[in-house]
Design a protein around this ligand. Sequence first.
Ligand code: URP
Ligand code: ZN
Ligand code: ZN
Length: 455
Amino acid sequence: MNEEMDLIIKNGTIITASESYKADIAVKNGKIAMISENVNVKGERVVDAAGKLVLPGAIDTHVHFELPVGETVSADNYESGTRAAACGGTTMIIDFATQEKGMGLVETVHDRFKHIEPKACVDYSFHIAITDLTDKILDEFKTSAEFGIPSFKLYMVYENMMVDDGAIADALERSKETGVLIAVHAENPYLISRRIKKLLSQGKTSAWYHYESRPEFVEVDAVRRMVYLAKSLKAPLYIVHLASREGLDEIIKARDEGLEIYAETCPHYLNFTNEVYKREDGRNFICSPAIKGEDSRKALWEGLRRGYISTVATDHCPFKSYEKDWGKDDFTKTPNGCMGVENMYPYMLSEANKGQISFNKVVEVCSENVAKIFGCSPQKGTIAVGSDADIVIYDPKKKFIISKENMHSEVDYTIWENCEMTGYPIMTFSRGRLVYEEGSFRGEPGWGRFVKCYR
Ligand code: URP
Ligand code: ZN
Ligand code: ZN
């Protein structure tokens, strides 16, 4: 091949979910054009990756940018959120388009396009969060899947968003006929509301009581029921942000029975325990499900290692500190959600570097499995000829201490403050274009494109 390439990455060690090997990569028109021991062609830009790892960009399948919550909206908009993603080695995000009651599914996504198109710095897709599951909406599952959005989230909690078990069962039944995937936020709302009422009446209002209002069994009960429904209806199911050991036990049993049940967990459940709610800044960690005890934290790592947890995603949904402060004297007034879109890949890779898990496993759960489950593989999620050149160059020797000053989102604090990373991404390419280099954002709003997904 004599044609000049746009980008050549030389001498690096390529890591995919299944392999680690030394090779060069050549990129043309946003796609990986060649992979070989020595790509002997000219390149407009040549990067020497000797001593570095070359990985597919992460795909964060769970973010909430510009999410309206009560009187406010989550702190990162599509520009700052995707900018932070790029700076953390995430080259595609899947956001939640929340259906306004009465609105159609594809209509809901079109509404979000208006916000995201001019702002996205990396590629994107959506899941639709269905809040009003009418017969008309069930009839739209197929249309949405044909449009390129084959995944829907149903909330068992949150006023105005929650749906009941009957609706979830209907959605599961229709999902298997149409090939879409139902994702569930699994917590028992009746347990939570009664516990909150009791705690507040006893004057128990600090952040710790957020955990007490949503202890392990609140999640476990809901996961158990959802798995049972999916099994009974012979439908696939995806449990978002799994946080508890016993919830994981349900997933293990189901997967061992051969059911198509997927579990996702998040970096904050892998790194922190409920002890954070005793801190002075405990309210900054308020999210749902609440962060659980050490027993759960350890079990989630084990679940990843053994392949029972299929994906890691961030549930990135931060609020500014003045908004978190609304709950200083009453934990129920703090908007729920934490940040993570810039931290997921560096954190997971750092844990791999320390021996907690393999680098291949990190690529599997943060990128390849996501692309496979949600239907954008092999365009995304791997390093292969013909795939998008979404590539991260990672320096395993670089030390990095996270602080709000070196993050790229709009939030004025980070729950990851002072966490030390062993190794860090030094370059991110989105379809061959440099979007991050050594601490600085190098991309541009409007670069990111909608990725159609087909399961
Ligand atoms: O606390 C959280 N997780 N907020 C975001 C919405 C959700 O439940 O995923
Ligand atoms: Zn949720
Ligand atoms: Zn979420």
